[in-house]
Write a protein that binds this ligand. Structure first.
Ligand code: ZN
Length: 385
């Protein structure tokens, strides 16, 4: 069943996935903005007000690693939205866990995440040790490496294609590195299954995939961002904090017929997002883009020049502003795994709090500002006449 993809120019319902430290997963409900430490009320999926009569709830006693007593899930199941009643139990559990999470103190969430990381650190044996430290010659294709070494704007721009305003692609990762990453992720998932460790998912919208920072790649990815994304982001995304990136959230997402099919329309919890397809073979799953918007204008219409559809090519990176509205169409065959790095700037986030006009990057703020100026100069002209 392919999900509905938003037609161009139609007002979209936008979602905001957050990076979450406690691995809650999506229910596919529209998301509202919030930050990772504080899942705001808008982001929580809702139950029905009265129970569905005649529905026989599932039993949850045999499920491992439940957050709450099995009877609680059976009881609450009667209040699930209709489309979830016949869903797999895992789906119902993750939906209910998301609802119940707000009653769990923040400290407990952080503790769980810490325990999860410790458990991996002490028990998980990597398949490819070399992936855990950055060896540029093994990771990057020569063209990319040389451009970054050169460091000039001219050299960097030479390797980049701009598909629509603010969406850039370039060849980045060596095929051997991509293949090893795919193997490593599979190896980790096999281990988690065996060890009965519930994998914490990368954000509130992806039900599959894993956080690379959790499995020990935090240092490697930080180096990758500081040494190899910062130079590009400083040139291409200065207006959204690209020259002051200082933190990241790194993960892989997986799409196939028996995993997530697609990804709803949303903005990222990042200033700049790096998205690289690792493979393998697939049909469909195109990314679509609809222009950069601030919080206030995030659900506004897009202009024709902002509409873009892009087909992933393994090894090729996409770089875009986190506020660039986008989604992924349904995959129709095969499996697609992407490496995603949400790059953040603490400085930009702090400064943004004091601002109300974002016309340096929001398409709609810019239009409105132009409109105000036109009116003002018209008024002046009339006054002079
Ligand atoms: Zn705006």
């Amino acid at each position: 069943m392919a999900a509905e993809v938003m037609p161009s120019r139609k007002r979209p319902a936008l979602q905001h996935p957050h990076h979450n430290a406690n691995g809650q997963v999506s229910s596919g409900q529209p998301r509202h903005h919030g930050d990772e430490a504080d899942m705001d009320a808008f982001s929580i999926p809702k139950l029905l007000q009265s129970p569905t009569s005649g529905h026989k709830p599932d039993q949850y006693d045999d499920m491992e690693n439940l957050e709450y007593p099995p009877s609680l899930y059976s009881g609450m199941e009667l209040y699930l939205p209709g489309h979830l009643l016949s869903a797999p139990r895992e789906k119902k559990v993750s939906f209910l866990d998301r609802i119940l999470a707000k009653y769990r103190p923040n400290g407990e969430r952080a503790r769980k995440h810490r325990e999860y990381r410790e458990r991996i650190r002490f028990n998980y044996k990597p398949l490819h040790e070399e992936l855990y430290s950055l060896n540029p010659d093994h990771v990057f294709v020569p063209g990319f490496l040389n451009a970054v070494k050169d460091g000039s704007e001219e050299a960097l721009r030479k390797i980049i294609m701009e598909h629509s305003p603010g969406v850039y692609t370039f060849n980045m990762l060596e095929p051997t590195f991509c293949a090893k990453m795919l193997d490593e992720v599979q190896h980790f998932e096999n281990w988690a299954l065996e060890a009965k460790v519930k994998v914490m998912r990368p954000n509130t919208m992806n039900n599959y995939g894993a956080v690379l920072d959790d499995i020990g790649m935090e240092g490697m990815l930080h180096e990758l961002m500081m040494g190899f994304i910062n130079p590009l982001a400083g040139v291409l995304f200065e207006n959204v904090g690209g020259s002051t990136l200082d933190a990241h959230h790194g993960f892989v997402v997986e799409y196939s017929m028996d995993r997530d099919l697609d990804l709803g329309f949303h903005v990222d919890d990042s200033e700049v997002t790096l998205n690289v397809c690792l493979g393998k073979e697939f049909d469909g799953g195109e990314l679509f883009f609809r222009g950069v918007r601030c919080d206030k204008h995030v659900n506004g219409e897009s202009r024709p020049e902002e509409v873009l559809e892009y087909s992933h090519v393994p090894g090729r990176a996409i770089l875009h502003a986190g506020r660039h509205r986008h989604g992924a169409k349904a995959i129709t065959a095969g499996q697609r795994t992407n490496l995603i790095l949400w790059c953040r700037s603490s400085q930009f986030r702090e400064m943004k709090k004091y601002q109300r006009d974002f016309s340096s990057w929001c398409g709609e703020c810019l239009l409105r500002r132009k409109e105000r100026r036109r009116k003002l100069s018209n008024a002046k002209r009339q006054l002079a006449a």
